[in-house]
Structures are given as C-alpha cells and as structure tokens.
Ligand binder design. Structure first.
Ligand SMILES: Cc1ncc(COP(=O)(O)O)c(C=O)c1O
Length: 334
C-alpha cells in the first residue's frame, strides 16, 4: 500500500477492488456493472441496510419478500424499519403475478438459488420480473448470495445483467471465503447511486481498506477463481454425502431444490412440527433450522434447512443418524 491509501478513502470503496469486482461480476455472473457504480460494503447485510435507508428516504417503506425467505434477513430489514410483504415462492421461484398484486415499490429476490427452497427462478419468471419492474418503476433487489456454487451445470447469470436499470445487485464473500471478513458489494441503477453513496458515507466513511486491497489482489491473481473451483468440488462432495445419508437414514423424505449452494431443504410430511424437531435435534447437538420459521405469513408444508458447508462427509453421516433418531422420537408413525 502507498501512504495515501492509508488515509480516508473513497467511501464507496477502494478503486482497485471496484475495478476487479466489475470485471469478475461481468465474467462470472454476467452482470453489467462498471467500477464507478459499485459500492464496497461490509457484507450483504450493509448493502441491504443502505438500500433500506435509501428506499425510506424516497418514501418507500414496504418491500416484497420471498415466502419462505431468509429468517435472518427478515429481522435485519425489519430492524431497518422496512415493512415486509410476503410474496409466495413455488417450484419456479417468486410468483411474479402475486408480486404485482402486492403493489410494493421493491422486492428482494434470490433468483439463482432461492433461499431457502433451493429452486431457480424460471426463465419466464425472470422476464416477468423485469417486465414488472419496468412497468411499475419497482426496484428488484437481487441477493446473489451463493451463486458461485452450482454443481450440476453452470449457474444462471444474474437478473441484473438483463436489466441494470431496474436491479440493485448484492453479493459478498461470506459464502465463498468467510462471513467474518465482512466484505461485500452493491451495484444499483443510476438513479439510486447518489442516495446509496451518501448513505454509505454516513454509515462509516468507507469500510476497512486492507481487506479490500487484499481481495483485489486475490481477484487479479486468479487466486479467487482457483479457490472457488476447489471449494465447489469440496462442497459438492459434502452435499452428495448429505443427500446419500438422508436417503439411507430418512428414506421417503423429499429433498427440494437444485444441486447448488451450501444448504438444502428436506420436506417433512404434513402435520410434523418442524420447530419441535429442530429443538430436539438442537438438544442432540445439531444446528438446523425449521422451514416454518422462514415464513412471514405462516402455513405451508413443514421442513428442515440443513447446512453442509462446514462438515466433512463423515460428520454429515453421523449428523443424519442423529437427526433420524430425533425424527423417530417425534414422529413414530413414519
Ligand atoms: C439469504 C442470505 N443473503 C445474504 C447473506 C450474506 O450476508 P453477509 O454478506 O452480510 O454475510 C446470507 C448469509 O447467511 C443469507 O442467508
């Protein structure tokens, strides 16, 4: 680093990183962003916070939210005084007709790998979503949280690449490197740029620069691509091990979603109390989330969200054995 780089920098992030990110997102995610339009954030969480503030300033305090959707993100947005309106997700992803009926000025979506169900937004729905945004002036907030990890084919490109004028694109290194780095990015349509940049400056005068420059170097050297190739192989091995263990010890339970990401959803028969099952599993040492907790409006079939990124195959096998005993205890009729 040069001396000057140790001063307060541009609040929207180190120039070197923004240039590298623009290239990376274009190449890997088919995004259409230029370096000057990127805001480097302290994680996707800050990207959402900046947008929440900018939307509120513009008089928009309700946002459509996938149902089911991320429990953590819901709390985060509500903490930033945004009212979330549930919009159902089916096998093709977000129900865009329902979004239209909801009459909201913005919507948060996870098109590449819906969180938590794991479905991919179907091509016709992607087109309908962009059409919705253009017709209503609505803002699509694309959370591209785990798109680097698709195991059966190349991931679909981001929706932002189809409509840079209508999509605020959010990503981070939390899934690919580590959440503790608190490093992410946000690219917004031109008309939102000034508001978001001002909010970033008021938030923290810019994030830590050492990490930004280190990440820029990792991108420029090709090290990030190499890491992703390695990580993809390992996570795929872990997912395969988890799926095999579920088929062995909990046959009959359906696994939803495509082979992607760092988690999967196991569907449970109607009437099973997934909260009670998650609690029992927690007492046995398993951290998993009940699907019902991911719904704002409630209802819908029960299920479990299982993460596998942090556990080698042997641990996943014994975790599923433990889960099968917990399930047997609360659902003896299976
Ligand atoms: C749906 C979703 N979006 C985004 C994130 C990433 O947040 P951050 O980049 O702030 O760590 C997560 C993390 O768990 C998530 O589950």
């Amino acid at each position: 680093m040069r001396d000057g780089e140790l001063d307060y920098g541009t609040p929207t992030g180190a120039g070197r990183l923004r240039v590298e990110l623009a290239g990376y997102l274009g190449r890997v995610r088919a995004a259409r962003v230029d370096a000057s339009g990127i805001v480097v954030t302290t994680g996707a969480a800050q990207g959402f916070a900046l947008l929440a503030g900018a939307l509120r300033d513009a008089g928009a305090s309700t946002v459509g939210f996938e149902e089911p959707g991320s429990y953590g993100l819901r709390g985060h947005m509500e903490g930033h005084h945004v009212r979330l309106v549930p919009v159902p997700v089916d096998a093709d992803g977000l129900d865009v007709a329902a979004l239209d009926r909801a009459g909201v000025p913005a919507v948060i979506v996870t098109p590449a790998h819906q969180f938590p169900t794991g479905v991919v937004l179907a091509p016709a729905r992607r087109a309908a979503l962009v059409e919705w945004a253009r017709r209503t002036g609505g803002l699509i907030i694309e959370d591209d949280y785990d798109a680097e990890f698709r195991y059966d084919r190349d991931p679909v490109g981001c929706v932002q690449g189809l409509a840079p004028d209508a999509v605020a694109y959010i990503g981070s290194v939390s899934k690919a490197l580590a959440p503790a780095l608190r490093l992410g990015w946000l690219a917004v349509p031109d008309k939102w740029r000034a508001a978001v940049a001002a909010r970033k400056e008021w938030a923290d005068l810019g994030g830590p620069v050492l990490e930004q420059l280190a990440f820029a170097e990792l991108l420029a050297s090709g090290g990030y691509d190499r890491h992703l190739r390695r990580a993809r192989l390992e996570h795929r091995r872990r997912r395969d091990a988890l799926v095999a263990a579920l088929r062995r010890h909990l046959p009959g339970l359906r696994i939803s979603g495509v082979a992607a990401g760092l988690h999967l959803v196991v569907e449970l028969p109607a009437g099973v109390d997934d909260e009670a099952l998650a609690e029992r599993a927690l007492a046995a040492g398993l951290g998993l989330l009940p699907l019902s907790r991911m719904r704002l409006a409630g209802g819908g079939p029960p299920g479990l969200v299982l993460g596998y990124a942090a556990n080698p195959p042997g641990e996943l096998e014994s975790a599923v054995q433990t889960l099968a005993s917990s399930y047997g205890a609360i659902h003896p009729a299976r």
